[in-house]
Design a protein around this ligand. Structure first.
Ligand SMILES: [Zn+2]
Length: 219
């Protein structure tokens, strides 16, 4: 959907991000998620209820959002995003929001920013902590921050390690705010880090690494 925002992952981050964007006046969204709703999701994914367990997340999310925000246009994609479709998906939109819970997906999306020229608001939340940053063409990317992607099994996920549900809501809303805000300046970006125990917010400047394999090719 040209000009629309695409949210990849309609879980603990994607649900509050979608609500915040719709409430702010966004009129066109594409929701992408291959998963069905599970009981363990409900504490952090407030668009869904017990009666929705077993249904595709994006279908239920579309019903709830259209009911709450008449006039909102929503496309849905019941599928996980892989290397074959990531560039086409981002290129068909004006901005992407990463609501995934997988290291591989986060780096896949980050790497696609330079190739497609489409900005991405990356984010993650697990246990008591969360972080978010806006990656624009020419700004720093996820590989500038971390270097090589860590192995999937070395990184805690919400499914394996748990998460404070309300903290996911904070991070999703923050991602929506970053999506609605100005682009990151060339050569750097701001990493927002939230501690869910103290609710202290920190901001760190991430500078682009010369020759970065994620964002260095075209800039
Ligand atoms: Zn980079």
């Amino acid at each position: 959907m040209a000009g629309a925002t695409v949210i990849i992952g309609m879980g603990g981050l994607g649900c509050p991000a979608a609500v915040a964007l719709a409430a702010a006046g966004t009129r066109r969204l594409t929701l992408v998620d291959g998963d069905v709703i599970e009981t363990s999701n409900l504490h952090r994914q407030p668009l869904y209820g017990p009666a929705d367990v077993g249904r595709p997340k994006v279908e239920v999310a579309r019903e709830r959002l259209v009911h709450a925000f008449p006039g909102l246009e929503i496309e849905t994609w019941v599928k996980r995003v892989g290397p074959a479709e990531v560039d086409g998906l981002l290129s068909a939109h004006s901005l992407a929001i990463d609501g995934t819970d997988s290291v591989g997906a986060k780096f896949l999306l980050s790497d696609a920013v330079t190739r497609t020229g489409i900005p991405l608001v990356s984010g993650g939340v697990v246990q008591w902590g969360g972080q978010a940053m806006r990656i624009d063409p020419g700004s720093a990317c996820l590989r500038c921050l971390y270097g090589t992607a860590p192995r999937e099994e070395d990184v805690p996920t919400c499914a394996r390690a748990g998460v404070l549900g309300s903290l996911a809501g904070v991070l999703g809303a923050l991602q929506a705010s970053l999506a609605l805000g100005p682009p990151s300046p060339p050569g750097r970006t701001i990493l927002h880090v939230v501690d869910g125990r103290s609710f202290r917010f920190r901001t760190l400047t991430v500078r682009r690494v010369p020759g970065c394999p994620g964002c260095g090719a075209r800039v």
